[in-house]
Design a protein around this ligand. Structure first.
Ligand SMILES: [Zn+2]
Length: 603
């Protein structure tokens, strides 16, 4: 899973100023003064909130939980008040570009806005806390025995018994999702009222408004991107279904139609990399080395893995990380206390007190994750001269995509350059199918899931999906976009969306879809700048200072300009575009076409 950045987005000011316009209509000067005050107080509060969050995440006790909850509630409550006040200035004529943009950020920056009526913020917060806790404590069963969330996720990745997979899928969705249903409906009702007070049609429209374009245009944009990359997904779906049919037989997975959701190695069928051994093509499937084994053979420890990631950014011309990064980060899981292991990147002082929090293991997956997290850190430092409300990515997809674009550059040739792999071990072009298929099982398989989660929520928030149809709408979207079906019958006593963390956790999801598309666009732009010749997926832009300079031009803008401006600074283009992803997987697409010949693809 990908992670959130530090908590600054939530953090707002402790001290609430009196309304700036006691009498008469607010003026441009009032708006400017309000924004200046919000920035100053927001900056100060964010330092304190980040310290509290860090201590809580790396030293979990009842006490640090209580302190973090209190600061979180303060932040939310104050953010609501700021959003409400900023809405009052929104329509003043003659506002400067920056004041206007910052008012928009303040007004729309909340994930779940509470209405101002007494008691509403508390009720909303109580429900959100309850749902989060229900998810965290949730258990499924395996052979009738309770099994917790992280264990059941791991088991879904390795277990190949279709009856046990079905049991785990059904028990998790029944036990965790279903009990949330009525609370979730109430949460939607309250938050929508809050969104309307702020001038949005509903919460979904508020979320879509964060992309520098009208909310409806953003919905059209993601549909367009999906149509660009869909042929790749369709080919992968068809090929994977054939392999699952060969493995399990017609009684479990038919040769045609949708795929049974529990057979794809992941509770949500969102990334399929764990069943790569089932689909690996004979001969081309084994690339001949494993990065984790290489790291171990060369005596790398966890810190050296991080320093290697830092080395990539240094090779592009970025300044080294401060020594405090290594003193203060949680790189290895500490002994003797509870910590959050979920990988994340932090900026504690909005300047250069950068840190990561991981429980790093010496394997290929964590080597990639380190590059992802460092991408957040270098972004945070690059925009640290911007004013407080611009200390953010150009949009939320950008922040997630930077490190992933760098990680795509961990090619066999790059591993030779840094002395991890012998030149003689670099796999030939005959292994490309294996390299690309392994990547596609995660990155391509994710696309329709990344899209449908918020398509479901947009429908729920707008009322297009009635409360009585929550589960059907979810199952329908899963079928429409992913081509999958639940392994057991579902009805409206269930609430399958609740069995995915980001629904009870109220984390907008479209950022992950955008990030999957953007990372290939960034990667291809870097390879073009580096004048790479050859198949795109073999390109590494390690050591290229011009790439670093162009990348920095985008990163240092933070959120100060509309995202097309930032995209243009690096890539020369203003449109998000899925064709780079298609170009990257071109050899795989040919392979899939050949393999799928004569099959009835689609569902
Ligand atoms: Zn991330």
């Amino acid at each position: 899973m990908k992670t959130a950045i530090s908590s600054i987005a939530l953090a707002m000011t402790l001290a609430l100023a009196a309304p700036a316009f006691a009498q008469g209509a607010p003026t441009v000067a009032d708006a400017d003064a309000f924004v200046a005050r919000a920035e100053k107080e927001g900056f100060d509060f964010s330092l304190y909130a980040a310290q509290v969050s860090w201590v809580n995440a790396t030293y979990i006790t009842d006490d640090t939980d209580a302190i973090a909850a209190r600061v979180g509630a303060q932040g939310t409550e104050l953010a609501v008040k700021y959003a409400t006040e900023s809405a009052k200035y929104a329509s003043i004529p003659g506002l400067s570009y920056d004041t206007n943009r910052k008012l928009d950020i303040l007004r729309g920056g909340l994930v779940l806005p509470a209405p101002t009526k007494p008691g509403a913020a508390k009720e909303l917060n109580d429900i959100a806390t309850k749902l989060g806790s229900m998810y965290g404590k949730g258990k499924g069963t395996l052979k009738g025995q309770p099994i917790n969330g992280s264990d059941i996720e791991a088991e879904m990745g390795t277990n190949r018994d279709p009856e046990l997979l079905k049991e785990m899928w059904a028990s998790w969705h029944d036990n965790v999702g279903a009990p949330m249903r009525s609370d979730y409906a109430r949460e939607v009702e309250i938050a929508n009222e809050g969104a309307r007070e702020l001038g949005y049609a509903d919460v979904g429209a508020m979320w879509r408004s964060q992309y520098d374009m009208p909310a409806d245009d953003f919905a059209k944009l993601v549909d367009k991107l999906w149509l660009q990359v869909k042929p790749l997904y369709d080919g992968l779906h068809c090929y994977t279904r054939t392999k699952l049919n060969e493995k399990y037989g017609d009684g479990v997975q038919a040769k045609t139609g949708p795929i049974r959701a529990d057979l794809l190695g992941n509770m949500w069928a969102q990334e399929w990399g764990d069943i790569y051994p089932l689909v690996a093509p004979a001969g081309a499937g084994d690339i001949g080395f494993d990065v984790g084994e290489l790291l171990k053979a060369k005596g790398y420890d966890e810190t050296k893995m991080v320093r290697t990631g830092e080395g990539f950014f240094s090779s592009l011309g970025f300044a080294p990380l401060p020594e405090s990064f290594y003193q203060r980060s949680q790189i290895v899981k500490p002994e003797g206390r509870e910590v959050q292991c979920h990988a994340s990147a932090w900026d504690l002082d909005n300047k250069d007190d950068l840190r990561i929090k991981m429980c790093t293991k010496i394997n290929a997956n964590d080597f990639t994750t380190i590059h992802h997290e460092l991408g957040h850190n270098y972004y945070q430092r690059a925009y640290n001269k911007q004013s407080y409300l611009y200390l953010n990515g150009a949009n939320d997809g950008f922040h997630e995509a930077i490190g992933d674009a760098v990680a795509l550059s961990i090619t066999p040739e790059y591993l030779v350059q840094i002395g991890l792999l012998d030149k003689a071990q670099v796999p030939g072009a005959d292994k490309d199918t294996g390299l690309l298929l392994r990547q596609a099982m995660d990155k391509v398989a994710f696309l329709p899931f990344g899209l449908m989660v918020d398509k479901w929520r947009w429908g729920v928030f707008s009322g297009q999906t009635p409360t009585s149809g929550y589960n059907k709408a979810w199952t329908d979207l899963r079928l429409q976009y992913q081509g999958i079906v639940p392994p057991v019958a579902r009805d409206e006593s269930k609430f399958d969306p609740g069995a995915k963390y980001h629904i009870p956790g109220n984390t907008p999801y479209m950022r992950y879809f955008l990030a999957r598309i953007l990372q290939f666009q960034f990667y291809k732009a870097a390879c073009d700048i580096a004048k790479w010749k050859g198949p795109l997926h073999r390109c590494s832009f390690y050591g290229n200072k011009e790439v670093g300079a162009r990348l920095n031009a985008m990163l240092e803008m933070g959120a100060s300009k509309p995202w097309p401006d930032a995209l243009q600074a690096f890539t020369g283009k203003r449109e998000i575009d899925g064709t780079a992803m298609i170009a990257y997987f071109k050899p795989l697409m040919s392979f899939l076409k050949t393999q799928n010949r004569g099959k009835t693809c689609g569902w």
